[in-house]
Design a binder for this molecule. Structure first.
Ligand code: SF4
Length: 259
């Protein structure tokens, strides 16, 4: 997973969600973005682009919005995908590109081709995937790595106790063994009883004790596109930044259904 503070992106094994609230960190973040605007008249470009290429998942984790909402199946057009990547590469974007949001990316059979497209367009971007591992096979993983994938998080959501109860655990063990010295492959065991935030009200499970007045740097660091090329967080970004008197115009790009 990725940890971002003060515009710096780092890989981390600790989720920012598990941190204790620390007012001094909030203040430093606010100061960081305010200073940027005072000096440059704008804030810097986001560091993560997250793209959901199809809307389905083959799991049903109780803490995930996917399990609490009825989503009509939707799939991104290839042309929309390439347009997004082309436009980010044209501005020499060098951050992380993830090919998932709240879905299972491997249900899109074009994922290998998408990784390859991203890599051919730019060697600077960091191409990242998250999967629940249910349909991952070692040959497929080999292909992803050959296509240019930089990182894959395999999240094993296991019910009641042991990961050995997972029906696909033999494949996972094979992957563990074959890639044991390769840091591009990260395998985590996760419990379905895990307590996470309510994802802005999108899960019915009331779980969080996170303080509501925590400063959120999300709109400054990520931009997300769903299947139609809609920038899901662009509305927040414009809304919040307009409130602050900040214009994002220099960084605004045209793609998908946003013109
Ligand atoms: S596997 Fe991932 S996307 Fe699917 S329900 Fe679980 S957390 Fe959500």
């Amino acid at each position: 997973m990725f940890y971002e503070r003060l515009g710096l992106v780092k890989r981390s094994h600790v989720s920012i969600r598990n941190e204790e609230k620390d007012d001094s960190k909030d203040e430093a973040e606010i100061k960081y973005y305010s200073n940027q605007y005072s000096v440059n008249g704008q804030v810097e470009l986001f560091q993560q682009v997250i793209i959901e290429t199809q809307s389905n998942c083959d799991n049903n984790c109780p803490f995930c919005p996917q399990s609490h909402t009825q989503r009509q199946y939707s799939r991104m057009e290839w042309e929309t995908f390439t347009k997004i990547i082309d436009e980010f590469c044209a501005i020499k974007y060098s951050g992380r590109v993830t090919l998932f949001i709240t879905n299972e990316p491997l249900l899109d059979e074009r994922i290998e081709a998408m990784i390859q497209y991203c890599r051919q367009k730019s060697s600077r971007i960091f191409i990242d995937l998250n999967t629940n591992g249910k349909i991952l096979l070692i040959d497929l993983l080999d292909k992803f790595i050959q296509a240019g994938l930089d990182n894959i998080n395999i999240e094993l959501y296991y019910p009641h106790g042991e990961e050995s109860n997972l029906p696909y655990i033999h494949t996972i063990q094979e992957i563990r063994q074959s890639y044991k010295n390769n840091p591009k492959i990260d395998i985590h065991t996760r419990s379905l009883e895990e307590q996470l935030s309510n994802r802005a009200g999108n899960t019915k499970k009331a779980v969080t004790n996170l303080p509501l007045n925590w400063f959120c740097n999300y709109p400054f660091r990520k931009i997300a596109s769903e299947q139609q090329g809609m920038l899901s967080y662009v509305v927040w970004i414009f809304y919040i930044l307009r409130k602050l008197g900040i214009s994002l115009k220099p960084h605004y790009m045209k793609y998908g259904t946003i013109q």
